[in-house]
Design a protein around this ligand. Structure first.
Ligand code: IUR
Length: 460
């Protein structure tokens, strides 16, 4: 143990020094750090230093489990009626560009009879956050108490909320400081952050979408697999059935990036349309959840059940119920969920200036690099420079071509929605460089899902 102070517990600088020098933190040490974070007695500089020490030295599975439990216990635990116990499922993502899966999957799962008490996050770095996207819908409130969450699940079968003073407050504090101290890409910190929120939810089954690729936290599939294994392993230690899906994040998911535009694309998917890569990923993640939770005999049949909820309007009905239950005026929720894209015009934030860029040559679209697109969009106002900064929900990008498609020179390939007066030369150049063309024949891109890591109980 680190040297105790006069009150008998190790001082925070001692704990930081111990981790900095590669030591293993004991349970009481991790708990006293998290307690100090929650109570506000640990200074921000000390939190940043400890996060960096963990980022550089790592934590073993035992330390990660204790950190997860301590974060989860920093607030209230959710309680559900006994009849719901086997129906509680959720999905979480490590963050991507254009990733609006949660907006569609939560109501699709609710339409399959599940209860989905999703505690979600805000944007980290260049990636967009589910809560930020939902706040683009006028009136939507992500702040909900545990009692309100129970009512939301009764009314709509799903809810999407943020962590708060009552729900995993310590994760909220660490999450915001990680974002500004280059400590996001830490395996134990990601694992504890995600699983603490899910431990509070008292789930039956969780699927985590672990992204890899240029625009993901971990570019390499190997490193993403390590994170996936930590999530599944720590989940098992906590008594949670956790599976992890390894999915690609090189090009944006779907065609739209930016808060308001992504809500519009989610609505198209909930109406049975939308881009094929997005729909396929939703069906695979939802199908895995239904299968692992015993609600479908196979993953393929689970995926078909999810697809049916998109085609028959039942997922859209649950989405509308969720919007109304979380504060959106009934006539707006109805108009968003029963109109055509043309009828929805003006209901969601869309920036006034539209600019299209054209292809410089002919070729086959090999890749549309999500990272520079997201960075430019961040600079146009979609992201935060400092924790708590307001966002522009109306700026966005719409891809007008897809990976694998043949294009001729001069084809409009991206539409940028911004607040004017015009894109800067640097923005234009970085956007143009994101489009990678090749000389090969047109092709059908591989699905995003590359590997599914199952919980130990399903490994036979
Ligand atoms: N989502 C979370 O809830 N926490 C994290 O650290 C990441 C994504 I990365």
């Amino acid at each position: 143990m680190a040297a105790p102070d006069r009150t008998g517990s190790a001082s925070i600088p001692e704990l930081i020094r111990k981790k900095r020098d590669g030591g293993r933190l004991e349970e009481v040490e991790i708990r006293s750090f998290v307690q100090g974070v929650t109570e506000g007695t640990v200074q921000e500089a000390q939190i940043g230093a400890m996060l960096m020490a963990i980022r550089l030295q790592g934590m073993d599975l035992g330390e990660t489990e204790i950190l997860t439990r301590a974060l989860a216990e920093s607030g209230q635990q959710l309680q559900w009626p006994e009849a719901w116990r086997r129906l509680m499922v959720d999905k979480h993502s490590t963050g991507g560009v254009g990733d609006k899966v949660s907006l569609i999957l939560a109501p699709a799962l609710a339409a399959c009879g599940c209860k989905v008490p999703m505690i979600s996050g805000r944007g980290l770095g260049h990636t967009g956050g589910t809560l930020d996207k939902l706040e683009a819908i006028p009136g939507f409130s992500v702040v909900q108490s545990p009692e309100q969450m129970r009512e939301l699940l009764e009314q709509a079968g799903c809810c999407i909320v943020g962590q708060s003073q009552e729900l995993v407050p310590a994760d909220g504090i660490l999450y915001a400081i990680r974002d500004v101290t280059a400590t996001v890409d830490s395996l134990p910190l990601i694992t504890a952050s995600i699983l603490s929120k899910k431990a509070v939810e008292q789930l039956s089954t969780l699927v985590v979408d672990v992204k890899f690729g240029e625009a993901a936290i971990f570019p390499s599939q190997e490193r993403a697999r390590e994170l996936a294994q930590a999530l599944v392993g720590v989940g098992a230690r906590l008594g949670l059935r956790v599976a992890a899906a390894l999915t690609t994040m090189d090009s944006p998911l779907g065609c739209c990036v930016g808060h308001g535009l992504e809500v519009e694309e989610a609505l198209r998917c909930l109406e049975g349309g939308g881009p094929p890569d997005l729909r396929d990923l939703i069906a695979q993640l939802g199908g895995s959840l239904l299968w692992l939770n015993g609600q479908a005999p196979t993953l393929a049949q689970g995926a078909a059940q999810i697809g049916a909820t998109l085609d028959n309007g039942s997922a859209l009905g649950q989405f509308q119920a969720m919007l109304e239950a979380q504060g959106v005026a009934s006539d707006l929720a109805r108009a968003l969920c029963s109109g055509s894209p043309a009828q929805r015009q003006g209901l969601l934030p869309t920036a006034p200036t539209k600019e299209e860029l054209k292809t410089a040559s002919e070729g086959t679209v090999e890749k549309i690099r999500a990272l520079p697109l997201a960075q430019v969009l961040h600079e146009l106002g979609a992201g935060r420079k400092r924790a708590g900064d307001p966002l522009h929900f109306d700026v966005g990008l719409e891809l007008l071509v897809s990976v694998g498609q043949r294009v001729s020179a001069g084809t409009p390939w991206i539409r940028v929605y911004h607040r004017g007066p015009g894109l800067s030369p640097s923005h234009r150049q970085r956007l143009q460089e994101a489009l990678r063309l090749s000389g090969r024949e047109p092709f059908v891109p591989d699905p995003c899902l590359r590997e599914l890591i199952l919980p130990p109980s399903m490994k036979g």
